[in-house]
Design a protein. Structure first.
Length: 159
């Protein structure tokens, strides 16, 4: 009887692991479809170009290194180099059904518009954040100085 229970438990464990593996494979397949629907390959290329151009605009001396930076980013940030990681990331966070729902949204008129507008919205959002920090950088500097003084006092007390 113990042998039968062990064998039953063993086959149950295998069936459970197999079903998780199947769900994982289904999620990965759906995640890949979603990435294609979202046109992530093109978005990554556009984003890399915008980042490079933005950094060169901030520091024109980087302009002479633009080709080297592009070569480096194409090697490590191209869609082909991150596709498996992105697929796994989405598959770990969403079920295949959820990924299919998300994909269907992005295939809709509103979803297509969202995909079209997202890069510009993200860039504008980043600019807003940077502007807010620039406007209040003095406050941050004062906060850091105050914290440095507080830490220094504590260190002096412990001596």
């Amino acid at each position: 009887m113990k042998k039968f229970r062990f064998i039953s438990a063993f086959f149950f464990a295998i069936a459970t692991v197999s079903s998780f593996s199947f769900a994982d494979d289904a999620s990965k397949a759906e995640a890949e479809k979603l990435l294609n629907t979202m046109n992530v390959e093109s978005l990554l290329q556009t984003t890399m170009t915008e980042i490079i151009d933005s950094k060169i605009k901030q520091d024109p001396t980087l302009g002479v290194y633009k080709d080297v930076i592009i070569k480096f980013l194409n090697k490590y940030m191209s869609y082909q180099s991150v596709k498996d990681d992105l697929t796994k990331m989405y598959a770990e966070e969403f079920s295949s059904e959820e990924l299919a729902d998300i994909r269907r949204f992005y295939e809709s008129k509103s979803g297509k518009k969202a995909l079209e507008k997202m890069p510009a919205l993200a860039a504008r959002g980043s600019q807003i954040g940077q502007q807010k920090v620039r406007e209040h950088i003095g406050e941050l500097q004062n906060m850091i100085l105050a914290e440095a003084e507080r830490i220094q006092k504590l260190q002096n007390q412990n001596k």
